[in-house]
Design a protein around this ligand. Structure first.
Ligand SMILES: Cc1cc2nc3c(=O)[nH]c(=O)nc-3n(C[C@H](O)[C@H](O)[C@H](O)COP(=O)(O)O)c2cc1C
Length: 199
């Protein structure tokens, strides 16, 4: 079978994309918009949906009543459960994961842990280290949650280093970075297929 035919025969991979920044003109949200476009234009067999974490309340187990979660949490957990894999795009806050992202990770980890066995990728736009410390913290959290991150390629974007890679609305405008983002998505797609075949 031709490679293109083989790919077409595989079921479409549904990716839930989560942004660690709540900022309107977030660069990381721009990475997710670009990833969605890349999939629509040039990555057959993969669909990305942005899942908003802003409506989630701050984690508090007292909000869990009769094993039910508040409606925004239930909706978020369902999106994660239904996804085949996860794309995180997050800035670094004080050498770690931003609080809204950790909050979302914690809600979806409550029983049953809906992250379990999901393939995942993380990309980041941040300051001088490009978000690498936040990425490695998230990978560490993922160990306990049974999230399986692709190892390579890594994408750390130094958002403030000229020439600017994002416009003032947070859209990714740098062709080379777009190409690197595409390679991350292709790696996530291949890894998701591999994990499916091994189960
Ligand atoms: C509270 C706070 C802490 C930050 N700490 C770091 C940091 O430790 N390392 C870093 O590279 N950038 C840090 N930054 C800068 C952000 O990572 C950077 O502004 C990034 O572009 C924000 O992402 P966004 O455009 O998606 O909102 C921090 C920003 C804020 C608001």
């Amino acid at each position: 079978m031709e490679a293109a035919q083989a790919l077409a025969a595989k079921p479409v991979i549904k990716v839930a994309a989560i942004c660690g920044s709540l900022r309107k003109a977030s660069f990381n949200r721009g990475l997710i918009r670009c990833a969605i476009e890349l999939c629509n234009e040039s990555i057959p067999g993969m669909k990305i949906e942005h899942v908003d974490i802003e409506p989630l309340p701050i984690i508090n187990p007292d909000l869990e009543i009769d094993s039910k979660y508040p409606p925004p949490v239930e909706a978020f957990r369902r999106k994660i459960l239904e996804a085949d894999s996860i794309l995180f795009a997050s800035p670094e806050y004080n050498y770690s994961i931003p609080a809204p992202l950790k909050n979302a990770v914690d809600w979806a980890s409550r029983p049953p842990n809906v992250w379990a066995d999901k393939p995942a990728a993380i990309v980041s736009a941040a300051g001088s280290a490009g978000g690498s410390r936040a990425q490695y913290h998230l990978r560490q959290v993922g160990v306990f949650l049974d999230l399986h991150f692709i190892n390579k390629p890594e994408l750390f974007i130094q958002a403030f280093q000229p020439p600017m890679k994002f416009d003032s609305d947070g859209n990714l405008i740098d062709p080379e970075t777009k190409e690197r983002l595409k390679r991350v998505l292709l790696s996530l797609q291949a890894f998701t297929h591999r994990l499916r075949h091994s189960s």
